[in-house]
Ligand binder design. Structure first.
Ligand code: ZN
Length: 161
């Protein structure tokens, strides 16, 4: 376990150097116009974890124009969006303990940002995932795809053993 962690840290340090290295950090901006600044994100499957920062660059408070970032399999998007609506405002429009949610950030208002870390072990290389904002009415516009490229960290680790 410790050895794996050291390997992970080494991988992250390598990733920080050089343009060819894995992209293990993602930054997404959301605004008062109900938009993300990107429709497409890419993750290198060699990343054991991805660190994602969601920044609300607008000025509207969270109860007016709050945004979050939810990652799901594309086929689950509609069902998870509906579950988020049923979860309601008290749960920040996030379905509690929903296994279909692969990653989710807290909801942020204007001027706020939040950073989460999620493991890539549940993601498959070559598969296309979808991200969206689960605030009611937002996902029609606030959605995009996340693609996983390369060899999964798990498989790479197995190959080294
Ligand atoms: Zn939103």
């Amino acid at each position: 376990m410790i050895a794996r962690r050291i390997l992970s840290i080494a991988a992250l340090m390598l990733a920080a150097q050089g343009a060819q290295a894995a992209t293990c950090q993602l930054a997404v901006e959301a605004n008062d116009m109900m938009q993300f600044n990107t429709k497409k994100l890419e993750v290198d499957a060699a990343c054991p974890e991805v660190r994602l920062t969601l920044k609300h660059v607008g000025s509207s408070p969270a109860n007016v124009m709050g945004h979050n970032w939810v990652l799901v399999r594309t086929a689950d998007l509609g069902a998870v969006a509906n579950a988020a609506l049923r979860a309601g405002r008290e749960h920040q429009y996030q379905p509690p303990a929903d296994g279909r949610v692969l990653a989710v950030t807290p909801t942020v208002g204007g001027g706020e940002s939040t950073t989460i870390t999620f493991e890539t072990a549940a993601l498959r290389s070559g598969e296309t995932y979808s991200f969206f904002c689960s605030t009611p009415g937002h996902n029609a516009i606030m959605r995009g795809t996340l693609i996983v490229n390369g060899t999964p960290a798990r498989l790479a680790a197995d190959a080294r053993q």
